[in-house]
Structure formats: C-alpha cells, structure tokens
Design a protein around this ligand. Structure first.
Ligand SMILES: [Fe+2]
Length: 469
C-alpha cells in the first residue's frame, strides 16, 4: 500500500496518490497533472480513479484532463452536477484500488457535495481519511462559499456540524487525517502548519471538534471572522464544473520568449499586463514603471487571483530566469490562462536597453522606528486575523486583499510607510498603489517579523501567533 501526500505550498493544497497492486487513484489533483502521471508510470500502475472531495474554489483541478489521459473514472460525492461524465458516488459506496478499499462518506457542509474518503488497508482496517475541506488540521472548511439565497452560511454550518458529529468523530482515534489544505489557504481561517495529524489529536485539539460543543456554538464560531472570499473563487468553481482546457497549450503560449520590441508593443497597447514575479528584493532595486509585483517566492497564485480581477487578463511576464514555465503553470492552476509570453533575457534585457526604470524606497524596521517617533503614517496591510492578533499601536489598517476597494482612501500627497508580515505583501501593495498614482511610499523591510524582533515600538497584545509572510 502506498499513500503519498503531494503538497503545493503556493496554494497550501494537498493532493494524494494511492496505489496498490498496479492500481492507483488520485485525490484532488491540481491542473498540472504530469506529477501524477509520472508517479504512476514509475510504479507501473494504472490510474483507475480520480476522486474529488468537492468542487474546489481556490484552484482549477486537473480531473478532466487526467481522466482523458488515463481512462480513469472521475468520482464526486452526491449532489454534484457537471458538464462532463463522472460517477456520482453514494454515501457508503466503496471503490477498490488493488487490495485497498476507499469508502465515500458524504460530509456536506463546506459545500453540499463535499465528501470524505475513508481508506481501508489490505486487512480491511480503517487507515486514514481524506477530508478535503470538511476537516482541516486545527480548523474546518468555511461554510459560506456555497451559500446562496435559499441556503445560508448558517444552514451550511449546521450541516457541517452534523457531518462532523455523525461521520467523522465516531471514527477511530488512530486514523490519519489527510486534509485538502494547510495554513495560508483561504478555504479556512485558522489552519495549523501541520499537513496531517491523527484523528484522536484533532478531537483533542481542534476547536470545532470539542466534545461539549453545541450546534449553535459551532455555527457562531465557524461563521464569525471569515473574510470575504477572494474574487476568483466562484470563477474557479465554474471552471471545475466544466471541461477546462488542458494545461499544455497554455504553458506553450505563455512560455513564448518575447523580444524587447514585442514586449514593449504588448505593454504599450495595454494588451498585456506586465507582471513582475521576481523576488521582492530585485523589484525594490529596479523594475519597469507601473508593473505589478507578485513574486513567485510567496503565495503567488492566490495573490494573482485576489488582485487581478479579470481572469482572462492577458499577462506578460518579467520572470526570474529559468522559472518562466513555473510562473505560467502557477497562473494556470487558478485559471489565469492568458499568459502571452515573457521578456527574453528577463529584467536584464530591460536594463540593458536603457529604458526608464523605477525603484522602491525600502527601510529597515529600526529606521522606520526612528521616523515613527517623529510622526508618520504607518500602514498594516496584513489580513484581519493577523492585525487583530497584534499590530503596531497607532498604525492604520488597510488589508492588501481589499486594496482595490480602498484605493481612494490614500492621499497622493501623503507619505505612507507600509508593513506586512515578512516583506512580500507590502511590496505587492506598493506596486499597485504606484500604478494608481500614489508615489510617496516606503516599504518596511522584513515586515512585522522585523518590527517585533528589532524595535521597541509598542505593539498591541498578541492573541495568537501568525505564520504568513
Ligand atoms: Fe474548498
């Protein structure tokens, strides 16, 4: 028996590979399916099933492509409706993978088709559960994504409560919980850094599984403090219900090397949005004026999805050399399929051409502290939870995911010092503000982490630790 977690940090997503006796199954594949095909080919196994725990909102899944390439059957839980052929699994239905059995447990709540898959080993003993977004390590899936007028997030939360109580909690403590996401995913609010755990430990430590919790307490706790879902979520759900394009042709076009002339023409005619995905240090040093920074060395795809409203936006890339394909694939993972190519030779080509460049003003936390005492506008652009847990006393709060909605609240003649968790999101924020005509901006290097470590600035009391950058 082989069970492997394939964890993708950018999306904080876990897919799974299961194999026995020459048969394999994939749970929740990403759109770039080569990894799964290679794993099966290396083992000489045939992929028999592609199981989906639910319609994902935060990435485009590769189920249709994978089924097409392997002949595998796609399985969803009850209530799923799609534009492609699939097997509509029933609660309690069992699927054979070699000598293993996988039982579908319908666990609605995060969404109505949400299902958990229970794996039984060769001896028929329960071994692990693949919980999708029903149960995370330290949290449960948010119940608002599938809400509509006749089904509120409170209704969904009640359904989730019952799924957890009736289907998950009665299972043995020694089972391993393999969730669909880890910390940093917008599918939950309070996930821990671990990517798996025993069910017993989750029963003991996960707030949403505590034994004396009432249904109304559960509803109150899981529906409070959830931020607006990123704007691309419903678009990815729609893509996952339809036959989405295979990734190969998208990558082929997106990795077209563009000459300086071609690149400039596309940028000039606003046909292509210039997306700079180098490290923030490089962007701070020099970049193309008005380009958007979202670096590959961070949660690249979720920030693209949150901040570039048009999913069909043509994009031209300034990429770190050799990472062009990675950039295009990571864009396509969330349905941004319209990459037109990258500047050949990268940013160096731009520099060598003598075209104008822009730089960012970036200071250390200590330098900011000196200025702070003389009175500055200090902005925190982290998320709600991070800000609430602790922030610099006297700072202003404007979360990055809301920047397009609060851009009018910035005054062009004022100077703003901006910090995030570790110095990634502040540079994204500054690149967006500059492109919108706000130029007096100073980045705080190392963000809140450096402020905490290296300054004596007064912070509000820490409620819980945060791990994002
Ligand atoms: Fe989800």
């Amino acid at each position: 028996m082989k069970v492997e977690q394939i964890y993708t940090k950018c999306l904080a997503e876990a897919a799974y590979y299961i194999e026995s006796e020459g048969e394999a199954a994939i749970i929740d594949p990403l759109r770039d399916i080569e990894t799964y095909l290679e794993m099966a080919a290396t083992a000489g196994a045939k992929i028999k099933y592609v199981f989906l725990t639910h319609f994902h909102a935060d990435f485009v899944s590769g189920h249709v492509d994978l089924a097409k390439r392997t002949g595998a059957t796609i399985v969803f839980g009850p209530n799923a409706q799609t534009d492609f052929d699939f097997h509509s699994g029933k609660d309690g239905e069992t699927f054979n993978i070699g000598k293993l059995k996988l039982e579908l447990l319908h666990t609605p709540g995060h969404t109505m088709e949400s299902s958990t898959y229970l794996l039984k080993n060769e001896e028929g003993e329960n071994h692990c559960i693949f919980t999708g977004d029903t149960l995370f390590i330290g949290d449960v899936g948010r119940p608002d994504l599938a809400a509509k007028s006749e089904l509120t997030k409170e209704d969904l939360a009640k359904t989730l409560f019952n799924s957890l109580r009736n289907k998950i909690i009665p299972l043995e403590d020694n089972l391993i919980v393999y969730p669909g996401h880890g910390a940093g995913s917008a599918c939950g609010k309070n996930m821990s850094k671990e990517t798996f755990d025993t069910l017993g430990n989750q029963k003991a430590t996960n707030y949403a599984l505590r034994s004396n919790m009432t249904e109304s307490e559960f509803v109150e706790e899981v529906t409070s403090g959830i931020s607006e879902p990123p704007q691309y979520f419903p678009k990815n759900v729609a893509l996952n219900k339809s036959v989405n394009l295979g990734i190969d042709s998208i990558v082929k076009r997106g990795t077209t090397p563009l000459s300086l002339n071609e690149f400039q023409e596309l940028a000039k005619n606003n046909e292509g949005l210039v997306l700079d995905c180098r490290n923030q240090k490089d962007f701070i040093e020099a970049h193309i004026p008005n380009s958007l920074f979202i670096g590959l060395d961070g949660q690249f795809a979720p920030w693209v999805g949150a901040l570039i409203e048009n999913i069909n936006q043509p994009i031209i890339l300034i990429s770190p050399l050799g990472r062009e394909e990675e950039a295009v694939s990571r864009l396509a993972r969330i349905g941004y399929d319209n990459s037109l190519g990258y500047l050949k030779g990268g940013f160096q080509t731009w520099l060598d051409s003598g075209n104008s460049i822009a730089t960012l003003n970036s200071v250390s936390a200590e330098e900011m502290e000196t200025e702070f005492k003389q009175g500055i506008n200090l902005l925190d652009v982290r998320n709600n939870g991070e800000y609430e847990s602790s922030h610099v006393e006297g700072c202003d709060f404007k979360p990055l995911d809301q920047i397009h909605y609060n851009i009018d609240s910035y005054e062009a003649d004022k100077e703003y010092y901006i910090y995030c968790g570790g110095g990634y999101r502040s540079v994204i924020a500054i690149s967006i503000l500059k492109a919108n005509g706000i130029h007096n901006l100073v980045d705080v290097k190392g963000g809140f982490g450096a402020i905490k470590k290296n300054t004596t600035l007064k912070l509000t009391e820490e409620v819980c630790a945060s791990t994002l950058n």
